[in-house]
Design a protein around this ligand. Structure first.
Ligand code: PGA
Length: 245
């Protein structure tokens, strides 16, 4: 399986930020892993054009479940594909928290992504209260069951485990804690999707940096990373790409 270094720029990035793509592409012309940048929707087509001919794929941070229609402010999966995107993140904890997205909504978005030919990166993860209460595996298991549609394959689905308390905080679970959750996710996916599950990439996300990437990538069933803050600078993201290759 080809591992994946995925960058999520969140609500960051203007025209000038596109220069980071040139720096990343020239530092890693032939990376040993798949490399993805998900910029804000405003930059997707410009970034896709700029990344053409490089090893960098592009994607979006969210999509609407419907193909078109009266949904002011939303972007459909087909529009993302049309803008050059190959992936879309769905169910990020910031969308679940800020926009009240339920597992059912996330599942519908993943289905929309597939209909448009996109790969869905489906995010799950517990809050600190849930972890402290010993409920991590139950919470993540419930999110997986509710958010991943039937029909998930190794080719159309990536799962990202992102503990909410580790996102943007500099706090990272221990390697044992990451391994426990990733092993449990793989087991649940295998029970539901049998042979396909072995090839589904399981990303860890939450305060991944060049300095901790190599040890995190050494954990069993970690097939890459979903990176926020450290994806904004080519030097930092390049360090993570290098650790994965
Ligand atoms: P972070 O964000 O790397 O800034 O912690 C990760 C994410 O939310 O995907």
């Amino acid at each position: 399986m080809k591992k994946l270094a995925a960058g999520n720029w969140k609500m960051n990035g203007l025209e000038a930020t596109l220069a980071e793509i040139d720096a990343l592409a020239s530092a890693h012309p032939a990376p040993g892993c798949d490399v993805l940048i998900c910029p804000p929707a405003t930059l997707l087509s410009r970034l896709s054009a700029r990344a053409e001919g490089t090893a960098i794929a592009t994607g979006a941070q969210d999509c609407h479940p419907n193909e078109s229609g009266a949904h002011t402010g939303d972007v459909s999966a087909g529009m993302i594909a049309d803008a050059g995107g190959a992936y879309v993140i769905v169910g990020h904890s910031e969308r679940r928290a800020d926009h009240g997205e339920s597992d059912a909504v996330v599942r519908a978005k993943a289905e929309a992504a597939w209909r448009a030919g996109l790969i869905a990166i489906i995010c799950v993860g517990e809050t600190l209260d849930e972890r402290d209460a010993g409920r991590t595996l139950d919470i993540v298991g419930g999110q997986l069951a509710g958010s991943i549609p039937d029909g998930a394959t190794a080719a159309n689905t990536v799962v990202a485990y992102e503990p909410v308390w580790a996102i943007g905080t500099g706090k990272v679970p221990t390697l044992a804690e990451i391994g426990e959750v990733h092993d449990d996710i793989r087991a649940r996916l295998s029970a539901r999707f049998s042979g396909e599950a072995a090839g589904m990439r399981l990303l860890y996300g939450g305060s991944v940096k060049p300095s901790n990437a190599a040890e995190i990538f050494g954990v069993s069933n970690v097939d890459g990373a979903l990176v926020g803050g450290a994806s904004l600078k080519a030097a930092d993201f390049g360090g993570i790409v290098g650790a994965l290759a």
